[in-house]
Ligand binder design. Structure first.
Ligand code: UDP
Length: 245
């Protein structure tokens, strides 16, 4: 068995809308590739944004290391290349876990709440990961009935989502940024719940704390322009090391 340092990339295992997963020469590890592809509205709007894969790869590594340091187990192992990271091989749970600090996006549409309204305490929602059915909102009871996760796993996913929020809210706030909301995905490894997937501006909302300028994928969704520049600005302010261009 090769050591984690000597891993090589093998066959493509899965292609998502913005990332691809490859087998590696070690069965316990995969290679996660962050592509420049950007999509919204269940993949209806699509574009390639040059360098986004590289920025998201570094951004994700930075955030996952902060979360690990705070005691949260994550899938991330190490950077592998400019656009790729070595990750642990998890059995993914097909559920999205969303935490919100400020009303935006779907919540406003669904409840008629004004965008920007502070949510105190922060809210939590589960969605089913299913593009065909537009990622419908689900609850603990549905997760149990359809056996997507156990009661204990549901409790852990929710608790860890709020814990991630506490760690990241402070990190972002120190950079004069508001962490509006974010989506997490979890998986199983040796009977334990582990934070999987990614954390990047593709899957969260970040606003400038003073001007409320959007610095996340809403710039792409709403055709606001300057998508990469916003991702780079957030990275710079948080201290994510990006190669100087
Ligand atoms: N989100 C995501 N993938 C999804 C759905 C949502 O990463 O398939 C993120 C989204 O970027 C936002 C948060 O989860 O940061 C809450 O999204 P919301 O439910 O408001 O849906 P949206 O309006 O983004 O479709």
């Amino acid at each position: 068995m090769p050591s984690i340092e000597d891993l090589e990339k093998k066959a493509l295992r899965y292609t998502g809308k913005a990332k691809s997963l490859y087998d590696s020469t070690h069965p316990d590890y995969l290679i996660m590739e962050f592509r420049d592809d950007t999509s919204a509205f269940d993949g209806i709007k699509k574009e390639k944004i040059a360098h986004k894969g590289m920025v998201n790869n570094r951004f994700n590594a930075f955030i996952m290391e902060k979360l690990e340091a705070a005691g949260i187990k994550t899938q991330f192992v190490r950077l592998f290349s400019e656009t790729e990271s070595v990750v642990k091989h998890l059995e993914m749970i097909p559920v999205e876990s969303v935490v919100r600090n400020i009303a935006a996006g779907h919540l406003c549409k669904r409840l008629g709440v004004e965008e920007g309204r502070p949510l105190d305490p922060p809210t939590h929602e589960f969605f089913l990961k299913n593009d065909e059915y537009h990622d419908p909102m689900i609850n603990d009871s549905l997760i149990r009935t359809f056996n997507w996760a156990t009661d204990a796993e549901i409790i852990t996913m929710k608790a860890q989502s709020f814990q991630v929020n506490e760690v990241l809210k402070d990190l972002f706030s120190a950079a004069e940024l508001l962490l509006v909301d974010f989506k997490l995905e979890f998986g199983r490894l040796n009977g334990e719940i582990v934070l999987g997937d990614e954390f990047s501006p593709d899957g969260c909302r970040i606003w400038d704390a003073k001007t409320l300028r959007k610095l996340d994928k809403d710039r792409f969704r709403k055709d606001l322009g300057g998508v990469l520049e916003a991702y780079e600005e957030v990275s710079f302010r948080l201290g994510v090391p990006l190669p100087s261009s």
